[in-house]
Design a protein around this ligand. Sequence first.
Ligand SMILES: Cc1cc2nc3c(=O)[nH]c(=O)nc-3n(C[C@H](O)[C@H](O)[C@H](O)COP(=O)(O)O)c2cc1C
Length: 265
Amino acid sequence: MPLPEEDLFSISEIYHENTKDRKRVAPIMSKIPQQQWIWYRAFKKYPHKPRVTMEVPAPSASPGLEEVIQRRRTIREFSGESLSLEELARLLYFSNGITAKVRSGDIELPLRASPSAGALYPIELYPVVFSVTGLEEGVYHYNVEDHVLEFLRPGDYREALYEASHRQEMLLLSSVLIVMTAIFGRTKIKYGERGYRYVLLDAGHLAQNLYLESTAQGLGCATIGGFLDDEVNGLLGVDGLLESAVYMAVIGKVLGNSRGTAPQG
Ligand SMILES: Cc1cc2nc3c(=O)[nH]c(=O)nc-3n(C[C@H](O)[C@H](O)[C@H](O)COP(=O)(O)O)c2cc1C
């Protein structure tokens, strides 16, 4: 029986097939020497925007990791109470913060809380603040190297993001929405087209850390894969090509003793 037309032209199958590493063909690796990748590892910064400094958080002892993994759920019921700046700082630091430095030749290489293919760290975090004590509402960028927030754009974007995420109601009482964008070139410089797979895997690792750190702090977290890309990119002011939103998470105080719900829709 012939396959339906859409199955013959599946972009994902063509992409996956064409980005397989094969034994007889050397995987695409950049000819640029490792020393020069440093340029692709550059930290994104907005030097002319106002900064909000944050404490670098120390790890807390309890609860234990396995308990956190067992308790982790997608929480969609929030109370609407504010998060503290310290809670937000912990979420950012324990998902994308610098946790170690190692020497690689004559380079000192910063390593982060989440793993990343080639330690190239393509993911940037943009917290859109709805209700965090001491912070004005609006769009921020997490400057990883300096562990500060850069204030990009004031405003209440809850309604716009509610619309842009197909009216997912959990957004309405959450305290912050964190957009994960990817700067694809950082990873593609080394891995070529296959690097696109790695970028999305990196985002998944980072999102899991957001889930686990939220759980450890007694906060609720729900990741969002379904959103209107152009609207979200437009809000952040990224071009959607070299840098584009790939995943989002809403975080807030949990309503009552909500322990998670079935997916919406
Ligand atoms: C890639 C991805 C995208 C997701 N997108 C959404 C989403 O748009 N809305 C939502 O409510 N949950 C979303 N989720 C959460 C899943 O629905 C949830 O993980 C699943 O129902 C299992 O529940 P649990 O996380 O509580 O174990 C997403 C999860 C992943 C991994």
